[in-house]
Unconditional design. Structure first.
Length: 127
């Protein structure tokens, strides 16, 4: 039964990568606390992601971030990465994992609600 559940989670994860794109494209130009992230990563489970997420975010569960980060085409070690989860705990763990892999600009946005409050959409004239 446990193998079946893990298989379902893996399928949801892979499906979310296909659906939401394993690229760095965003639907809008955004800033988080004045910084433009190259990518926004939701590190919650695929089920949590499916229930609601930040527009433009990709889903890579925190316990799969080590392998999943490679699926993001064009991401460099100095790219700015914004992570979030439900409370900030899983995004903190994911931030440490990415820092250990050599990523230099990883921001822990904390809770999804906090990210949504602090994420500003920019126009061509101002942010």
């Amino acid at each position: 039964m446990k193998d079946l559940a893990m298989s379902a989670v893996l399928r949801l994860f892979l499906l979310s990568l296909l659906m939401f794109g394993a690229s760095l494209a965003h639907s809008a130009d955004v800033r988080f606390n004045g910084v433009k992230p190259a990518v926004i990563i939701d590190v919650r489970t695929p089920q949590e992601f499916a229930a609601g997420h930040v527009d433009g975010a990709v889903n890579i569960p925190y316990d799969q971030i080590d392998q999943g980060i490679a699926s993001l085409k064009g991401l460099k070690k100095d790219s700015t990465i914004l992570l979030y989860c439900h409370s900030g705990r899983r995004s903190a763990i994911a931030r440490e994992t990415l820092a250990d892999k050599g990523f230099k600009q990883v921001m822990n946005g904390g809770a999804m609600t906090s990210v949504m409050q602090n994420l500003k959409t920019c126009s061509a004239k101002a942010c």
